[in-house]
Design a protein around this ligand. Structure first.
Ligand SMILES: *Cc1c(COP(=O)(O)O)cnc(C)c1O
Length: 381
């Protein structure tokens, strides 16, 4: 039988197959590089930990169950997952991306990707006609973030799938922001889902990780081959920490979301706040599309304040919230995208997207809602 999400977070897909030694309820950490062979041509199922390891495999099975994918590989970081995917493409391939991506993704595309002879374009993928107009002879893939980072634009994944089918493109979705708890792009037709496991999946701002989830056997085999070849695997101990994090994914993201809804509504009414970008606000441009394809809104809020001075005041005076990069964990974090996540994005592109010196991004944690609101209010005054 197939379990519901909260159950999958605790048990994966296989409650029936509890197979840990001594009945251990949590997965043992197999801290070993290699595995002895029982005889010539025989294997325990594991040979060398770069290729596979029982602790990591348990984690990969959990993420596969949550994303409804065919397979998942666990990588050392989100960027390692992304760079693994770039290995799928031959020199001369063109990849069409959301114009508002995680800054590190733009950096790897524009440097490593371009050096490999790949070509990239960035368009507002929330506008279907723009996507179709930007497809070229050599376009091989669509690379989507929805909601996007940091301006929270929502892309219609079903529409992207239609375009991908029409032009024979691979559909890749970075699902870090909504997590498999709220959105399953593979169910909507994506070929590959990428995660920074460092964020919501790990959930505690203490471990780096990344995932590549594949939708079919052919892609599974290609990615598995590249994975063991380039060696970007997650360590057994970090795999254990990720599994431990995923057990509470459901309760964490529900609480983070309920906090975020209240904070977004409070920010909207504040006289020093000019714009609030949160997918859970009914007047958000992508509200309906998001509801059509996701089960929730997540807990990432961006907002623009009245002046650079106010922005700096908030960053330097918050006490419950930390002024720090990253997102998705139990601790609330606030960032200044202009200087941090999007520091490497060319200024002209940044300004066009609205990422200016008044623009802040808040990752809402699981603290008490009133304490978080009071923290921002105090920092503002
Ligand atoms: C953080 C992040 C990444 C990169 O992941 P790391 O684990 O930091 O390497 C990629 N995509 C998105 C959307 C992210 O937020």
């Amino acid at each position: 039988m197939s379990y519901r999400l909260e159950t999958k977070c605790i048990h994966g897909d296989k409650c029936e197959e509890r197979k840990h030694s001594f009945g251990a309820v949590s997965v043992p950490i197999y801290q070993t590089a290699t595995f002895a062979h029982p005889g010539i041509g025989r294997s325990t199922g594991y040979d060398y930990s770069r290729e596979s390891n029982p602790t990591r495999e348990e984690l990969e099975n959990f993420v596969t169950a949550l994303e409804c994918s065919c397979d998942t590989v666990a990588c050392s970081t989100g960027m390692a997952a992304l760079s693994l995917c770039l290995e799928l493409f031959e020199r001369g391939s063109h990849i069409l991306c959301t114009d508002d991506l995680y800054g590190g993704s733009v950096r790897i595309f524009e440097t490593v990707g371009k050096n490999k002879g790949l070509e990239f374009d960035y368009v507002d993928t929330s506008r279907r006609e723009l996507v179709e107009k930007s497809i070229r002879e050599n376009t091989k893939a669509l690379y989507i973030e929805t909601p996007s980072n940091p301006t929270m634009k929502v892309t219609d994944l079903k529409a992207m799938k239609e375009i991908a089918l029409k032009y024979g493109l691979m559909l890749i979705v970075d699902n870090t922001f909504l997590t498999p708890y709220f959105q399953n792009p593979i169910v909507l037709g994506a070929d590959i889902v990428i995660h920074s496991g460092t964020k919501f999946l790990g959930g505690h701002n203490d471990t780096l990780a990344g995932f590549v989830c594949t939708a079919n056997e052919e892609l599974k085999n290609k990615i598995r081959f590249l994975y063991k070849t380039v060696g970007c695997c997650l360590s057994p101990f970090d795999s254990f920490l990720l599994l431990r994090g995923i057990k509470t994914l459901g309760v964490r993201v529900e609480k983070q979301q309920s906090n975020a809804i209240k904070i977004a509504n409070w920010l909207k009414e504040h006289k020093k706040v000019k714009n609030v970008y949160y997918v859970g606000l009914k007047d958000h441009k992508g509200y309906d599309v998001n509801l059509k394809q996701a089960r929730g809104f997540g807990s990432m809020i961006s907002f623009e304040v009245d002046s650079e001075e106010t922005a700096i005041k908030i960053l330097e005076n918050v006490k419950v919230i930390s002024y720090a990069e990253s997102l998705g964990g139990v601790e609330s974090l606030i960032t200044y995208p202009m200087l941090q996540t999007h520091g490497d994005v060319p200024e002209s592109i940044r300004e066009e997207l609205g990422i200016n010196n008044r623009f802040l991004r808040l990752s809402v944690g699981i603290e008490n809602t009133e304490d978080l609101i009071a923290d921002i209010e105090n920092a503002l005054n």
